[in-house]
Design a protein around this ligand. Structure first.
Ligand SMILES: Nc1nc2c(c(=O)[nH]1)N[C@H]1C(S)=C(S)[C@@H](COP(=O)(O)O)O[C@H]1N2
Ligand SMILES: [Mo]
Length: 220
């Protein structure tokens, strides 16, 4: 069977009418929380952990974990949508809103583009505008508990309105860059922005992700 045939044979997921408007096209709702990443889960000594803001800024800053915890804290309830077709509704993340973070550090961004950096060597590009919404979090907790190691402890980004690959786990840096350069998945055929409601999964030819791709992953 060739790829086009395989995509045609993929079942169209049934969406429960009560989720209408909340579940983007081609997504399947799950109550489990799949774990997806490349490479090993990092281990940390919080005394040595830092978060950097660098690149095209008026001044570079390096923050400790305590400095993040001392910033205003917010809980956001959101839905998350993974490009491998799972959607998980009503997730509560707690941490610092990106807008509060920017205010707290007082750094001036000199460009519209950011490369997000996470361990181990993960990157994802994002436009500053997509970080300035009222639900973008540097999160340390999920549903009232500290993030588990596999879900990004001690700090992850949560960008609910874009596919979940932008929500960098083990977040370590915001690098302000001159142009919208592609990050890790974006270099591997995924869309530069990734709006789930527009099904911006790929940058070129449809890669045809089977709807049950995520089912074979790990959960917790
Ligand atoms: N540092 C890092 N962050 C990452 C990834 C990764 O490989 N490394 N994978 C991304 C992808 S592709 C997805 S779908 C989500 C998965 O988050 P979860 O494991 O908490 O569901 O994390 C994103 N953040
Ligand atoms: Mo993903």
């Amino acid at each position: 069977m060739n790829k086009a045939d395989r995509i045609k044979r993929m079942k169209t997921p049934e969406i429960d009418p009560k989720y209408k408007g909340r579940v983007p096209p081609g997504q399947v709702v799950t109550e489990r929380f799949p774990i997806l990443h490349e490479g090993d889960v990092p281990e940390y000594n919080l005394e040595e952990w830092t978060l950097r803001v660098f690149g095209l800024v008026d001044k570079e800053v390096t923050l400790s974990y305590q400095e993040i915890l001392d910033m205003p804290q917010t809980t956001v309830k959101c839905d998350i949508h993974c490009v491998t077709r799972w959607t998980r509704l009503d997730n509560e993340f707690t941490g610092v809103l990106f807008t509060d973070f920017l205010k707290a550090i007082g750094v001036e961004l000199k460009s519209k583009y950011i490369m997000l950096h996470g361990d181990n060597d993960y990157t994802s590009n994002i436009e500053v505008e997509d970080l300035l919404r009222d639900d973008i979090l540097l999160a340390h907790s999920f549903n009232g508990e500290p993030l588990t190691a596999k879900h990004g402890y001690p700090l992850r980004l949560v960008v609910p309105h874009l596919y979940f690959w932008k929500s960098v786990k083990w977040l370590r840096g915001f690098e302000v860059i001159d142009e919208n350069h592609p990050g890790f998945w974006e270099q591997n055929g995924f869309h530069l922005r990734g709006d789930p409601f527009k099904e911006e999964r790929f940058s070129g030819e449809d890669l045809g992700i089977p709807e049950d791709e995520w089912v074979h992953k790990d959960y917790d």
